[in-house]
Design a protein around this ligand. Structure first.
Ligand code: TXA
Ligand code: MG
Length: 316
């Protein structure tokens, strides 16, 4: 892929790229995905290569509806209840892969489970329907970098070499919540755009988080991820000289480069703005970004998870 890619204008045009074994980025309600035909091993290999993603890190498969998902994985009663309540939407379910699902092996990185979700964005579901097959798609960022929530960020991240079906800015702004099952018990592998409290309401009990006491994990939950070029200082009260500032809620003017995730202190708005605000401040080019404390309830859990990983020490 040395040429600049021509962007598809419709879901059907994008489906034609995928049907020919190519990759194409598309909008979901969470972040932009880098899609390929999940049944075509060569196409999926291109996704890993384009992102520079380690092969041990499996991909999420996007389905047009619950019916398509049911052909790929086996639902237990709890999984069925969650899918009925939250699909289409930002919930990914990790379930046993069916033997004849036809999913390319490298999608699951050899696991016997498959992560599936039905995205809420209309154009994403139109794309899957037009292809007639499930679409494997990680977030459309080079591995380890910030996830894109606008078409323009995808173009910049891959220097225009990846075609993008522009679906406008993503409304949620952080990735889907991932739930796996351990002996029938729902376990949260990744906090995301569906708040824990909403899931707990449906379950009727507390939702466990992945940890050493559970067998299930998401192989891709690396400690350092979403790494901006600037370093982050979390739970910062006031920015220090030489720092940019990522605020939340009402803040004074500190006379440093500033973005406010939500002047009203709204966590949904803050999640939507998170990656773009970090990207903007990163471009200012200061050594460090001071980040205001973010409450940990609702979407705050996902925001704080992304911030912790963006701030984690890196070996690159
Ligand atoms: O919102 C989202 O989920 C976005 C949009 C594009 O749908 N996608 C996304 O994909 O965030 P990605 O590849 O950046 O993150 C997928 C996560 C990884 O942490 C991966 O390890 C985990 O899902 N995962 C995938 N399949 C799994 C499986 N079978 N078991 C456990 N974890 C799995
Ligand atoms: Mg990602």
């Amino acid at each position: 892929m040395t040429d600049l890619a021509a962007d598809p204008q419709t879901p059907e045009d994008a489906a034609a790229i995928l049907a020919a074994g190519g990759v194409c980025a598309f909008a979901t309600e969470t972040v932009y995905g880098l899609g390929g035909d999940a049944t075509n091993a060569d196409a999926v290999l291109k996704i890993y290569q384009t992102k520079g993603r380690p092969r041990f890190n499996p991909l999420i498969v996007h389905c047009a509806d619950r019916k398509m998902a049911k052909r790929l994985v086996a639902f237990d009663p709890v999984a069925k209840r969650l899918a009925k309540a939250f699909w289409p939407g930002p919930l990914t379910l990790v379930l046993p892969l069916r033997a004849k699902a036809g999913i390319a092996d490298i999608v699951t990185a050899g696991l016997d489970t498959l992560a599936v979700r039905v995205p809420a964005t209309e154009s994403a579901r139109a794309l899957i329907k037009a292809l007639g097959r499930p679409i494997a798609a990680p977030s459309a960022n080079p591995s380890g970098k910030l996830s894109p929530t606008r078409a323009e960020q995808v173009r910049q991240a891959f220097a225009g070499k990846v075609p993008v079906l522009d679906g406008g800015p993503c409304v949620a702004g952080v990735e889907s919540t991932i739930i796996a099952f351990d002996n029938g018990e729902a376990i949260q592998l990744r906090a995301g755009a569906l708040a824990r409290s909403d899931i707990e309401k449906r379950l009727g009990h507390r939702l466990a988080s992945a940890g050493p006491h559970h067998a299930v994990t998401a192989p891709g939950m690396l400690r350092s991820h979403y790494a901006p070029i600037s370093r982050l200082r979390l739970n910062a009260g006031v920015p220090e000289p030489g720092e940019a500032y990522l605020g939340f809620g009402p803040i004074p003017d500190y006379a440093v480069p500033t973005r406010n995730l939500s002047p009203d202190g709204d966590l949904v708005e803050a999640a939507r703005n998170l990656f773009s605000a970090l990207d903007d401040l990163d471009r200012v080019g200061l050594a460090r970004i001071a980040v205001a404390p973010i409450p940990n309830h609702g979407l705050g859990e996902a925001i704080n998870d992304r911030l912790r990983r963006a701030a984690a020490p890196r070996d690159r």
